[in-house]
Write a protein of this length. Structure first.
Lengths: 136, 136
């Protein structure tokens, strides 16, 4: 049935957005993780990617969460000489996570998730209308 | 003559199938709303110039021929009997994605209303047949 395929496509969108949420939450949780030792690198920000692939069973292009990439931008450096992870000059590297960017990214994921939910509920109502023909 | 050969019913059936296929295409668009380089697509409206000629079989689909009966049937290039068109969007994001979620939500809602209207008329048409049979 075609409507069930429609729901599966929307579900692939939900899965991808949920995966993106997971990565965003990982970034936010690790926003202040300090390196394990002196001179070591702290947590590096992760970036979710999406790829569109042709699903043969559904005969449609569903979305998949692609390879998780890392953000290559510089780490935040703070001068904290007493910190256990400080290097020789007293600098501590903090993750390259900007909470503001993560928040806006999260809103974007939420919006896309809701759009997919909306498609599913619209499709469900359409199925219901088809069943109603029988009741007439 | 089967009951579905009655012109009004077969026209409505084409309309319903169109709405069903369109819902699938719209779900693809929404699911891929964050995929780079993805362009939104839509289905062309079915044409009803000659109501007596409306059957979905008249619109042929392209499918792969099997040379051996044991082979698995391949999916066609396009699973839909209706023409898929991709219109130029006014908004293309830096990632090359041209899906406007607001637009798609409007289309999903409009499509659902189209479907409801068609099912309502279908129910009424069936009631006409019942009246002719003297059941009410």
């Amino acid at each position: 049935m075609d409507f069930l395929k429609t729901m599966s496509i929307a579900a692939s969108g939900l899965r991808a957005q949920a995966g993106r949420m997971r990565i965003i939450s990982e970034n936010i949780a690790n926003a202040d993780s300090t390196p394990s030792g002196s001179g070591a690198n702290p947590y590096r920000r992760k970036v979710a990617t999406f790829t569109s692939e042709f699903n043969r069973a559904l005969e449609a292009r569903t979305v998949e969460l692609g390879k998780v990439q890392t953000d290559t931008s510089d780490f935040r450096v703070k001068y904290e000489p007493g910190h256990p992870s400080a290097d020789g000059k007293g600098n501590v590297k903090y993750p390259n996570v900007n909470p503001l960017v993560e928040m806006t990214d999260m809103r974007d994921a939420q919006r896309s998730y809701e759009a997919n939910i909306n498609v599913i509920s619209a499709t469900r109502r359409m199925i219901q209308r088809t069943i109603d023909i029988l009741k007439a | 003559m089967a009951i579905t050969d009655i012109p009004i019913l077969s026209m409505l059936r084409t309309r319903l199938e169109w709405a069903q296929d369109r819902q699938r295409v719209l779900a693809e668009n929404v699911a891929n709303s964050d995929t780079p380089k993805y362009r939104a697509r839509d289905l062309a409206q079915p044409k009803f110039e000659d109501p007596t000629q409306i059957t979905t079989a008249a619109v042929s689909t392209v499918s792969l021929t099997r040379t051996e009966s044991g082979h698995i049937a391949g999916a066609g290039v396009s699973g839909s009997a209706f023409r898929i068109e991709s219109k130029g969007n006014y908004e293309v994001r830096p990632t090359g994605n041209a899906v406007s979620l607001e637009d798609e939500m409007m289309k999903v809602a409009a499509n659902q209303m189209d479907f409801q209207a068609a099912t309502a008329v279908y129910t009424r048409s069936l009631n006409l047949l019942k009246i002719a049979l003297g059941k009410r």
